[in-house]
Design a protein around this ligand. Structure first.
Ligand code: CAA
Length: 260
C-alpha cells in the first residue's frame, strides 16, 4: 500500500477514502486530519462522484482513535486546537454534498467512532468494535462524540458508553441503532458498494438536499423543518432530474440523472 496517509480511489460514481496508517491502527494525527480534509474537498468538487465511502487500511482497524502519542505532548491550547481541527474536518464529512458511508472494518475507538458517527450511516464487519475510551486516558471525546452519539442512540446509552469507556461489538452497536448493518468482514466492501451504487443511481440533487435537510432539520422544531422541506421539494421540482425521473417512470424505463 502506498505511503499516502489518506488514499482516494475513484470508481465513479463512487469514491473510496482509506485512512492509511495501519501500523498505528490508522490513528488520527494532525497530518492525517489535514490530508482527510483535502481529500474531502477533492471529492466534493468532483461531479463524477456521487457517493463516498470511508474505511481504514488493513483488516484490524477502521481508526483506533486520535493519536495518543501526539496528544500526550500537547499543551491545553494545542489540545483545544487539535479538538477543533478534528471537529471541523468531521463537520466537512457531515456537510459534504454527497452521502458518505462509513465502512467500519475493525476497531473504531474514540476519534474512530466519532469519524464513523459523522458519516451519514455505518456498515460494519462482524469483528468491528466501537467505543469512546477517552475517559480511560483522563480525557474526554473531542471530535464531536459527546454531541453526535446521544443524537443517534439517545442520552442514556451514550452516557453509559462515554462514562465507562467500554468497547462494544458490532452486534451491540447494531442493536443500539448506531450501525445500520453488520456483515462478515470479507463481505463488507461488497455490501457497502452495493448500497452506495443504489444511492448513486438516484437523483443526485434530491439525495444531496435530503441529506442536508435531515441533518439541519433534526435540530429544529418540527414545523420549521417541515417548512424547509416544502421549499426544498419546490427546488427539486425545478430540476431537469425531476422531469427525467417522472418521464422515465411514465415511459417504463430507467431514468438517467445528470444532476441538473
Ligand atoms: N494512537 C496512537 N497509536 C495507537 C493508537 C492511538 N489511538 N491505537 C493504537 N496505536 C498503536 C499502538 O501504540 C501500537 O503501536 P506500536 O506497534 O508502535 O507499539 C500499534 O498501534 C498497535 O496497537 P496495539 O499493539 O495496542 O494493538 P492491540 O491489538 O494490542 O490493541 C487496541 C488494539 C485495543 C485498539 C489498542 O491499540 C488501543 O487501545 N488503542 C487506543 C484506543 C484509544 O484509546 N482510542 C482513543 C484515543 S483518544 C481520542 O480519540 C480522543 C478524541 O476523541 C479526540
Amino acid at each position: 500500500m502506498s505511503e499516502e496517509l489518506v488514499m482516494l480511489e475513484k470508481e465513479a460514481p463512487l469514491a473510496l477514502i482509506t485512512i492509511n496508517r495501519p501500523k498505528a491502527l490508522n490513528a488520527l494525527n494532525s497530518k492525517v486530519l489535514k490530508a482527510l480534509s483535502e481529500t474531502l474537498d477533492r471529492v466534493n468538487d468532483d461531479e463524477e462522484i456521487r457517493v463516498v465511502v470511508i474505511t481504514g487500511a488493513g483488516e484490524k482497524a477502521f481508526v483506533a482513535g486520535a493519536d495518543i502519542a501526539e496528544m500526550s505532548e500537547m499543551t491545553p491550547l494545542e489540545g483545544a486546537n487539535f479538538s477543533r481541527l478534528g471537529q471541523l474536518v468531521f463537520k466537512k464529512v457531515e456537510e459534504l454534498k454527497k452521502p458518505v458511508i462509513a465502512a467500519v472494518n475493525g476497531f473504531a475507538l474514540g476519534g474512530g467512532s466519532e469519524l464513523a458517527l459523522a458519516c451519514d450511516f455505518i456498515y460494519a464487519s462482524e469483528n468491528a468494535k466501537f467505543g469512546l475510551p477517552e475517559v480511560t486516558l483522563g480525557i474526554m471525546p473531542g471530535f464531536g462524540g459527546t454531541q453526535r452519539l446521544p443524537r443517534l442512540i439517545g442520552k442514556g446509552r451514550a452516557k453509559e458508553l462515554i462514562f465507562t469507556g467500554k468497547m462494544i461489538s458490532a452486534k451491540e452497536a447494531l442493536e443500539m441503532g448506531m450501525v445500520n448493518r453488520v456483515v462478515p468482514q470479507e463481505q463488507l466492501m461488497d455490501a457497502v458498494k452495493e448500497v452506495a451504487s443504489g444511492i448513486a443511481k438516484n437523483g443526485p440533487i434530491a439525495v444531496s438536499i435530503a441529506k442536508g435537510l435531515v441533518d439541519v432539520g433534526y435540530d429544529l422544531p418540527l414545523d420549521d423543518g417541515c417548512l424547509m422541506e416544502s421549499k426544498s421539494f419546490g427546488v427539486c421540482a425545478s430540476t431537469e432530474d425531476k422531469r427525467e425521473g417522472m418521464k422515465a417512470f411514465l415511459e417504463k424505463r430507467k431514468p438517467v440523472f445528470k444532476g441538473r
